[in-house]
Write a protein that binds this ligand. Structure first.
Ligand code: PHE
Length: 444
């Protein structure tokens, strides 16, 4: 198999992890849950839970050296072929990609419309955003560009496609974020944003804040969809997977925090509310930027371009698990697998966007949720938590412990191994089960 270089892997995995989850979702849920205390809970969730599962997926991939299904079977104690069913997770990646591509399309649209001008009032910005999510032809146009770009990149394979695009886009993303961060530092509201983000007010933390932090930790680290397993299958065999996992989690967390600081500084500077929900970057921010004239336009364009770059490197990582699955298990060529999986997510994305329109919405709405929301719900509330629980139970009970210890102690101490093992075997599955039951409405 065509392997990553070590740095190529770190960049690609960080590229997968850093996405709309960091720059769009993390700031808006931090805003909704009132800042500092939520950030601390989130950091703990990343450190103790997200990172443990990340390491678990990385071992399965690096050791299994194949697609998700084959890797599970290969590293299980019994080599029981039934473990191939763990490969169901790859479909979660395809489903997420279907609507992620539509959302990326909105952002691409914002890049272009920001050239023409920005809305000066929240009501106008809200109406513009609302109209976009119902405009079929515009959404199909941008979804097609995004999908085409993703397909073009993955057709070229791991080294020439995925590694190369990350090598280009990740430094550019870092540059834009750094520029925006410097500008934020120069503004008066910077210190207010810092205290909002880092001074905890524990009265704001409740069960749903903790569960949101845990769910976000999984989503942002790209866990539960086979991405990290699949990328790790191309991680050179002797690479220290504990270190690479830590680097990726660190970069991902840093970007989320920086994005939060930038966005809250901008919002506070304009006196805009911090708890605006999902519309935060689509509705509140453009209005803030419009106050700053031409500079605001430049900042708006840079910001949305950064989101596009972050999103594209995540999008390619959502389709790769399916491609490797069809290549390895059905002997397909990469071209055939790409045409197959590319068509699936492209058309599923069209159904998702049609389900928001007035014309087709009613026919594509089931039990009060449109197809777009169903895709989000089925993946983030059902498939991803199930996959994470399965991964932990698998590692804890169905993989030879000595083998795992051997792999670990090549790179770290027994103590680190023991701590990780206890987390993965007992604590993480317990925490996710609670998250899972809560999301399904069994507990609140
Ligand atoms: N981690 C990505 C983000 O934060 C999303 C993602 C989920 C990517 C699952 C790959 C797999 O946007």
């Amino acid at each position: 198999m065509n392997k990553f270089s070590r740095i190529g892997f770190i960049l690609a995995a960080a590229g997968s992890a850093v996405g709309l989850g960091n720059i769009w979702k993390f700031p808006y849920i931090t805003g909704e849950f009132g800042g500092g205390a939520f950030v601390i809970v989130y950091l703990l969730a990343i450190l103790f839970i997200g990172l443990s599962v990340f390491i678990a997926e990385s071992i399965i991939g690096q050791h299994g050296e194949s697609d998700v299904s084959t890797s599970f079977v290969r590293i299980s104690k019994s080599k029981n072929p039934k473990w191939k069913f763990a490969g169901f997770v790859i479909f979660a990646g395809l489903i997420i990609l279907s609507f992620y591509s539509v959302v990326l399309g909105w952002i691409l649209n914002y890049v272009f419309t920001s050239f023409q001008g920005l809305p000066t009032e929240a009501s106008v910005a809200g109406a513009t955003f609302g109209a976009l999510t119902k405009d079929i032809s515009t959404q199909i146009f941008y979804h097609t560009i995004v999908a085409g770009t993703v397909i073009f990149i993955v057709l070229k394979g791991i080294k020439d496609g995925i590694e190369r695009i990350n090598l280009i886009l990740m430094p550019l993303l870092a540059l834009i974020l750094f520029g925006l961060f410097l500008y934020a530092v120069s503004l008066d509201s910077f210190s207010q944003a810092m205290s909002f983000m880092f001074v905890p007010d524990w009265s704001k933390i409740n069960g749903s804040a903790m569960l949101a932090a845990l769910g976000q930790a999984f989503f942002t680290l790209s866990l539960g969809v086979g991405t990290i397993i699949t990328y790790s299958a191309s991680l050179p065999k002797d690479t220290n997977f504990v270190k690479t996992s830590m680097y990726v989690a660190f970069v991902d967390t840093l970007v989320a925090l920086i994005a939060g600081i930038i966005i809250f500084t901008f919002l506070f500077e304009a006196g805009a509310p911090s708890a605006a929900g999902p519309g935060l970057v689509f509705i509140s921010l453009p209005v803030v930027f419009s106050d700053w004239g031409i500079l605001g336009q430049v900042i708006a364009i840079s910001f949305f371009v950064a989101l596009v770059f972050a999103g594209i490197t995540s999008a390619v990582s959502m389709i790769e698990p399916s491609l490797l699955f069809f290549i390895e298990r059905y002997n397909m060529t990469r071209q055939k697998a790409t045409i197959l999986c590319g068509s699936i997510f492209y058309f599923a994305g069209i159904i998702a966007l049609l389900s928001m329109s007035d014309e087709f919405g009613p026919a594509l709405t089931f039990a009060g949720k449109n197809t777009f929301d169903w895709m989000d719900f089925i993946t983030s509330s059902i498939m991803m938590p199930l996959a994470a629980i399965l991964t932990c139970v698998f590692i804890g009970f169905y993989v030879d412990k000595d083998l795992l210890r051997d792999k670990f102690t090549k790179h770290t101490s027994v103590l680190v191994f023991d701590a990780w093992y206890i987390l993965v075997k007992y604590i993480v599955p317990f925490a996710i089960t609670i998250l899972f039951l809560n999301k399904l409405g069994f507990i609140s």
